[in-house]
Design a protein around this ligand. Structure first.
Ligand code: GLC
Ligand code: CA
Length: 512
C-alpha cells in the first residue's frame, strides 16, 4: 500500500477547462503546473488528471489515439514531466487516467487490426469471424474495415474494445482470457503504465476497470488481470496507486487489488441516496437535502458491507462529483453543499473533490462538446477571478473550449478567498483538521453512533472524534452518551448532559 494514501485528498482536474497558459482558449499542462499552489492551498495534496493523451476527442480524450503522447493542445510530454516534478516538490502526487478497455478507432493498433492481412495486432481487438456474423449482446461495428468481421465496442462507436478475451465462451470467434493475444493486451497496458511511471507519474485512475474480460459474470477473470498488474506495481513501483472506476469495493479492492475504488452515482445505490435521490413526484429524497426526507439507512445498508469487506485492503473513495455527473449545485444551495462536503471529507477512505466544486460552480445546460452530451454542463472553465473569461484564458470568447459562467454572481476563487465563511474556506478548514489529525484521515476507524431509518441526525465516530450531521432544516434533539468539545462546526450543535442538540442544517466535529 503506497504510504502517502493515508493522508491523501484528491482534486480532479479536467485539463481542457482548468487554466489556459498560452491563450489559445483551452486549458493545458503548463496551466496546471502554474496552479499547483492553489490546489495545495485547498488542502488537496493529490491530483487525478483526466485523459491528456493524443486523441481525436470523440469522447473528450477517453478515445486514446496514442497512449504515450500528450495531446498537442495540452502541451508536450516534457511539460507533463515537469508538472510531475513540480508536484513532487510540493509533496503532491499526480494520477493519470488509464483507459485500458478501449482505444480510439484511429489508434495505430486498431488501424493494423482492421487489415485483411494477418499481423501482430490482428488479435488486439475483438473480431467476429465474418462481417455477416453480428455478435449477440454486444455493441459492434460491421462493414467498415477491409478485414472480414465485426468488431466489438466498449463505449461509443469510436471506441473499439481491446481484447482481454472471454471468461464464458459462447461462440467460436471468442478467445479465452488466457489466450496469448489476450495476455499480450494486458502486457501492452503494463508497458503504457511503466512509460508514465518512469516519467514521474504516481499511478492511475482506471477507466471502466470492470470492463476488460467479456462474459465475465462475477468479474473474476477481470480481477485476475488487475491482480497481475498490482503484482507488477508492488514489485517495481510500490508507491504507485490505483483507483478504479468500478463502484464495487468488495470486488475492486478485495479481489482485483485496487488501492481505492469510487462509489458512484448509480441509481438506487448508497451514494445516490445521499445526494441525488428524488421521489416519484420529483421531490428531494436525498439524505443531504434540507427537506429532511432522506433515509441514511439506504446509504449505510450499501456502504457498511462494502466497507467491512474492503477496509483491510484499501480505501473507498467518495466524490463531490466528477466529469460524468451533474454538479451538486443542481438542486443544492450553498449551505446544503457545505454540510455535504464536510461529511464527505471527514469519512474514512480517500476523498475526491471535482475542480470548481470547492467554489460552487454551476451545472449548465449546454450543447454537447466532444461527446459530453448531458455531461458537458459539468465541464466548463474554472472560475479564477472577475477578469476576462473569469481568468481562465486570455483568448477571445468564441475560442474558449466551453463558455464561462456569464452571470454576475458567478463564484470565483478570488472572491471566495476573501470571505472567511465561503465554501472554499469552509473546505480548507475541514481539510486542515483532517491533515492535522490521523484519526480523520483514510484509516478504517469508522463506527456508527446514531443512525435510524428516516431520522436525523446521523452520528459517527472516528477514533477520538464524534461527527454529527443534520442536513435537515429541522432541529434535532436526541439522547447521546458521548462527550466532546466542538472543534469545527456549521450551524450550531451542543453535546451536553447526555443529549445532542442540533439546529437545522448543522454539522459538527466534536473531540473527546
Ligand atoms: C468512463 C469515463 C467517461 C468515458 C467512459 C468511456 O465512464 O469516466 O467519461 O466517457 O468511461 O471511456
Ligand atoms: Ca492552452
Amino acid at each position: 500500500m503506497p504510504s502517502w494514501l493515508n493522508d491523501a485528498v484528491f482534486y480532479e482536474i479536467y485539463p481542457q477547462s482548468f487554466y489556459d497558459s498560452n491563450g489559445d482558449g483551452i486549458g493545458d499542462i503548463n496551466g496546471i503546473t502554474e496552479k499547483l499552489d492553489y490546489v495545495k492551498s485547498i488542502g488537496c495534496n493529490a491530483i487525478w488528471l483526466n485523459p491528456c493523451y493524443d486523441s481525436p476527442f470523440m469522447d473528450a480524450g477517453y478515445d486514446v489515439r496514442d497512449y504515450k503522447k500528450v495531446a498537442a493542445r495540452y502541451g508536450t510530454n516534457e511539460d507533463l514531466k515537469r508538472c510531475f516534478a513540480e508536484a513532487h516538490k510540493r509533496g503532491m502526487h499526480i494520477l493519470l487516467d488509464l483507459v485500458p478497455g478501449h482505444t480510439s478507432d484511429q489508434h495505430a493498433w486498431f488501424r493494423e487490426s482492421q487489415k485483411a492481412q494477418k499481423n501482430e495486432y490482428s488479435g488486439r481487438y475483438i473480431w467476429t469471424d465474418s462481417v455477416w456474423n453480428r455478435p449477440d449482446g454486444f455493441g459492434c461495428m460491421c462493414g467498415v474495415s477491409e478485414r472480414d468481421g465485426c468488431y466489438l465496442l466498449n463505449f461509443f462507436s469510436s471506441q473499439p474494445a481491446l481484447n482481454y478475451g472471454f471468461n464464458r465462451i459462447t461462440a467460436p470467434w471468442q478467445k479465452h482470457y488466457t489466450d496469448l493475444d489476450c495476455v499480450a493486451t494486458r502486457e501492452a497496458m503494463k508497458d503504457v503504465m511503466r512509460f508514465w511511471l518512469d516519467m514521474g507519474c504516481d499511478g492511475f485512475r482506471v477507466d471502466m476497470a470492470d470492463s476488460l474480460v467479456k462474459n465475465d459474470d462475477d468479474r473474476s477473470a477481470t480481477a485476475e488481470i488487475w491482480r497481475n498488474v498490482r503484482k507488477m506495481l508492488d514489485q517495481e513501483y510500490p508507491e504507485a496507486a490505483m483507483v478504479s472506476e468500478w463502484s464495487d469495493p468488495r470486488r475492486a479492492i478485495t479481489k482485483a487489488g485496487f488501492h481505492m475504488d469510487f462509489l458512484l452515482n448509480h441509481l438506487g445505490k448508497g451514494y445516490y441516496s445521499l445526494f441525488r435521490e428524488t421521489g416519484p413526484d420529483g421531490s428531494q429524497r436525498s439524505f443531504f437535502s434540507k427537506q429532511g426526507r432522506g433515509n441514511i439507512m439506504k446509504f449505510l445498508d450499501d456502504y457498511l458491507p462494502q466497507y467491512e469487506a474492503s477496509k483491510d485492503y484499501g480505501y473507498i473513495s467518495l466524490i463531490t462529483c466528477n466529469h460524468d455527473t451533474p454538479r451538486m449545485t443542481l438542486g443544492y444551495d450553498e449551505l446544503e453543499r457545505k454540510i455535504a462536503y464536510s461529511f464527505l471529507l471527514t469519512m474514512p477512505g480517500v476523498p475526491f473533490i471535482y475542480y470548481g466544486d470547492e467554489i460552487g460552480m454551476q451545472y449548465f445546460n449546454l450543447t454537447s462538446v466532444e461527446g459530453g452530451y448531458n455531461r458537458t454542463g459539468s465541464r466548463t472553465p474554472m472560475q479564477w477571478n472577475h477578469g476576462k473569461n473569469l481568468g481562465f484564458s486570455t483568448a477571445e470568447k468564441e475560442k474558449l473550449y466551453l463558455p464561462v459562467d456569464e452571470r454576475d454572481v458567478a463564484p470565483t476563487v478570488e472572491q471566495q478567498e476573501k470571505d472567511d465563511s465561503s465554501l472554499l474556506n469552509t473546505i480548507r478548514k475541514v481539510l486542515a483538521l483532517r491533515h492535522a489529525n490521523s484519526d480523520l484521515q483514510a484509516v478504517p476507524n469508522f463506527e456508527v453512533v446514531y443512525a435510524e431509518k428516516d431520522q436525523y441526525p446521523f452520528v459517527f465516530r472516528r477514533g477520538s472524534f464524534v461527527i454529527a450531521v443534520n442536513p435537515s432544516c429541522r432541529e434535532t434533539n436526541i439522547p447521546l452518551d458521548e462527550t466532546g468539545e466542538p472543534v469545527f462546526q456549521i450551524g450550531k450543535s451542543s453535546l451536553e448532559n447526555g443529549r445532542l442538540l442540533m439546529r437545522g442544517q448543522s454539522f459538527a466535529i466534536f473531540k473527546k
